[in-house]
Write a protein that binds this ligand. Structure first.
Ligand code: A3P
Length: 316
């Protein structure tokens, strides 16, 4: 494309300044189309909505932050690249690169005015976003959509705990109660979390061939089954004689393996320059919320989520 004369931030500064704002402790959020976006994401989101040209074989990996993005990126990459890079190979890219360096983060690319980077990627493209389904560009969501979308979500209680630990890497004094309150009232990045989850749940219900809905807890319980499902959805099903490859993908992307890699211990990654890579590999389990929340807090968040999801067929 042509070189824009303004950065997205300059171009949409006035529009952003007119949006409802919430400064909550360390978070600076703007309400955009029903969701609280980090202020610096809004201009890039608008450009993404206006300019993104999906290709039919694109796969967009979507997630609520701290719900398994890194894991999904690793799994999807290992599955799609398995001809060129057999998952058991000792020199597999995922043993040398952090998953965030293998798959571009759309939101950051557009925020930085670098969309040409996406145009240059060979097909099939794998990309990720934290935006809710309803904020994705029209060609992705309209009429059953042009491309495929895979979503991963997680028990909001564990998401809240994971988010707090993540934020604490840069704000060591942040109290858990502060993050918890933000999650409960929806004023978290791309919150409310229930609306985010519902946006993809409804899309997957309406069009199962286009939107795959996964849960972190299901991935933990049955990684091989979910990898087969993911591969089939992405148009690269595992054949009968590839059973070992399924196990190899699961193994390659397992929490212990990934956390133990040198590349995931030190340094930072392209789109997440502000965060050390090891911040993406903390504990990797379900139920850690019990170590941070009182039963009353858990019941309160569960209650909010249950009420919002009532009648949708979705539960955590
Ligand atoms: P915890 O903080 O509960 O350990 P995201 O990738 O969306 O930022 O989510 C991060 C969460 O996923 C963290 O959860 C992290 O430990 C966990 N995670 C990262 N890689 C994983 C893997 N390969 N398998 C399972 N969980 C993983």
């Amino acid at each position: 494309g042509s070189v824009p004369d303004h950065t997205p931030k300059e171009e949409f500064g006035e529009l952003v300044a007119a949006l409802p704002r919430k400064q909550q402790s360390i978070l600076e959020l703007r309400l955009y189309q029903g969701f609280w976006l980090p202020e610096h994401w809004v201009p890039g989101t608008i450009v993404f909505q206006r300019r993104f040209a999906p290709r039919p074989d694109d796969v967009i990996l979507a997630s609520y932050p701290k719900c398994g993005t890194t894991w999904l990126k690793a799994l999807a990459f290992a599955v799609m690249a398995r001809d060129a890079h057999p998952p058991a190979h000792p020199d597999h890219p995922l043993r040398r690169l952090n998953p965030h360096d293998c798959i571009p983060f759309i939101d950051e690319i557009f925020a930085g005015g670098e969309d040409a980077k996406l145009d240059l990627l060979p097909s099939p493209r794998l990309m990720n976003t934290h935006l809710p389904f309803t904020l994705l560009p029209d060609p992705v969501t309209n009429n059953g959509g042009t491309c495929r979308v895979v979503y991963v979500c997680r028990d909001p209680k564990d998401m809240a705990v994971s988010l707090w630990h993540f934020l604490r890497r840069r704000h060591p004094d942040l109290p858990f109660a502060d993050t918890f309150e933000s999650v409960c009232d929806g004023t978290v990045p791309v919150g409310p979390v229930w609306d985010h989850v519902l946006s993809y749940w409804r899309a997957s219900q309406a069009n199962q061939d286009r939107v795959l809905f996964l849960k972190y807890e299901d991935l933990l319980r049955d990684p091989a089954g979910n990898v087969r499902w993911l591969a089939a959805f992405m148009g690269r099903p595992f054949l009968a004689d590839e059973e070992a490859a399924v196990q190899d993908v699961v193994e390659l992307c397992s929490f212990e393996k990934m956390k133990g890699l040198e590349v995931n211990k030190a340094g930072t990654s392209g789109a997440y320059k502000a965060m050390p890579r090891d911040a993406f590999f903390r504990k990797g389990v379900a139920g850690d919320w019990a170590n941070h929340m009182s039963p009353e807090m858990a019941a309160r968040l569960d209650g909010v989520v249950r009420e919002k999801l009532q009648g949708t067929g979705l539960a955590f």
